[in-house]
Design a protein around this ligand. Structure first.
Ligand code: ACO
Length: 321
C-alpha cells in the first residue's frame, strides 16, 4: 500500500506586502528583490496564528477529500514557527478540527518539513499502522525573521497548506529519498529560548533567522538536482515521463538552476514564489493545492516533489498522482 493524496487545501493571510511596500521601510528595491529571487510580494500574518492557518488549510483539504475529521488516524504537522512550544500546533489542530481519533505529531525539518511529513505518512501506511493521515505544512515566518536584516526579511512569507492521504494499492508515493547534514546547520540558523534559570541569567541568543545566502543557494542547487537524479535512476524513469515537478519555493533562480541541470522543460516546474515568497514548510503544499484546484495535475501522472532547507535537510518524492 502507498500513501496517496486524495485532497488538498491551503490558506494565506489576507495582508499582501509588495516589494514596493518593503522599500518604504528599508533600503531595498523591487528590482533588486525580483532579479535575485523572483519574489514580487508575500502574505504576512497580522492576526492569523500558525494553528489557525493550519486549521483552515486542513479543513479545506478534508473537504476536498470528502473525509470527516473523526476518520483521521494521524496528523503530522511540519513547522518551525509554532504558536507554543507545548501544546504543539499539531495537537491544537487536532482539537480544533475535532479529529479525536488521530494522534498528532509535530515535525521540524524547516523547508523540507512537508516533504518529510509525506515520507513519514508513507512509512506508517506501508507498515500497515494507519490508513488515513493529514499532513500539514504551516509557517508564520514573519515572527522569526529579523526585519532589520534586508538580506533575509525580503525572502519570507506566511501561509499553510495541507494534504489528506489514504492507503492505495497503486497510486500515491512510489519512492522517496531524504537526507540531513547537521554539520552545515550554521548556514541557516534561528535560536530557541536562551538558557535562563536560577544559575544562569545572561546567555545571549538570537531568536531570529540568520542565513549564509550564497552557501544555501549552492547547497540547494546541488542537493536537489542530485536527489532527483537518484530518484529517477533507481526507479528507471526518464525525465520525459515526469509530468510535473513541485519544488520548495525558496527562490526562482534555484528552481531555474535545477531545470537547467535536468535539461528539462521549465513549464513542468510551476512556481508561486512570485506571489507568496518563501513560506518554508508551507511552500510545497501551498503550490500543490494551487495546482490541484486549477486541474493542473492529472490522475495517473508521475510527479516529483522536492524539499530543501535548514538543518540542512533535503529530500525528494516520486509519486503517481
Ligand atoms: N536590497 C538591496 N540590496 C541588498 C539586499 C536587499 N534586500 N540584501 C542584500 N543586499 C546587498 C548586500 O548588502 C550586498 O551589498 P554589497 O555588495 O554592497 O555588500 C549586495 O546586495 C549583494 O549581497 P549578497 O548577499 O551577495 O547577494 P546575493 O546575490 O547572494 O543574493 C540572496 C542574496 C538572494 C539571499 C541569495 O544569496 C540567495 O538567493 N540565496 C538562497 C538562499 C535562500 O533562498 N534562502 C531561503 C531560505 S532557505 C531555503 O528555503 C532553502
Amino acid at each position: 500500500m502507498n500513501a496517496h493524496i486524495i485532497g488538498t487545501g491551503s490558506f494565506l493571510p489576507a495582508k499582501v506586502v509588495t516589494n514596493f511596500e518593503l522599500a518604504e521601510h528599508m533600503d531595498t528595491s523591487d528590482e533588486w528583490i525580483v532579479s535575485r529571487t523572483g519574489i514580487r510580494q508575500r502574505h504576512i500574518a497580522v492576526g492569523e496564528t500558525t494553528a489557525g492557518m493550519a486549521l483552515e488549510a486542513a479543513k479545506r483539504a478534508l473537504e476536498d477529500a470528502g473525509m470527516q475529521p473523526e476518520e483521521l488516524e494521524m496528523i503530522l504537522l511540519a513547522t518551525v514557527s509554532p504558536d507554543h512550544i507545548v501544546p504543539s500546533a499539531a495537537c491544537e489542530v487536532q482539537a480544533m478540527l475535532g479529529a479525536k481519533n488521530a494522534v498528532a505529531i509535530e515535525l521540524n525539518a524547516a523547508c523540507s518539513g512537508f516533504v518529510f511529513g509525506l515520507n513519514t505518512a508513507q512509512a506508517y501506511v506501508r507498515a500497515g499502522i494507519y490508513k488515513k493521515i493529514l499532513v500539514v505544512g504551516v509557517e508564520t515566518l514573519s515572527k522569526i525573521v529579523d526585519w532589520s536584516d534586508r538580506s533575509t526579511c525580503i525572502l519570507f512569507g506566511d501561509g499553510a497548506g495541507a494534504a489528506v492521504l489514504t492507503a492505495d494499492e497503486n497510486a500515491g508515493i512510489q519512492d522517496f529519498i531524504q537526507f540531513a547534514d547537521g554539520t552545515k546547520g550554521e548556514a541557516l540558523l534561528c535560536d530557541a529560548k536562551p538558557l535562563r534559570n536560577l544559575f544562569v541569567q545572561n546567555e545571549q541568543k538570537q531568536e531570529h533567522v540568520r542565513m549564509d545566502g550564497q552557501e544555501v543557494f549552492k547547497f540547494a542547487v546541488r542537493r536537489v538536482s542530485e536527489s532527483i537524479d537518484q530518484l529517477l535512476e533507481r526507479n528507471s524513469l526518464a525525465t520525459q515521463e515526469i509530468g510535473c515537478y513541485i519544488l520548495h519555493q525558496a527562490n526562482a533562480r534555484i528552481i531555474q538552476s535545477v531545470v537547467k541541470h535536468l535539461k528539462e522543460d521549465g513549464e513542468k516546474f510551476p512556481m508561486n514564489v512570485e506571489r507568496c515568497g518563501n513560506t518554508s514548510g508551507a511552500s510545497v503544499p501551498l503550490l500543490l493545492d494551487e495546482l490541484n484546484r486549477a486541474g493542473r495535475l492529472k490522475r495517473g501522472e508521475k510527479v516529483i516533489m522536492s524539499g530543501f532547507g535548514g538543518g540542512l535537510t533535503w529530500g525528494s518524492i516520486y509519486m503517481i498522482w
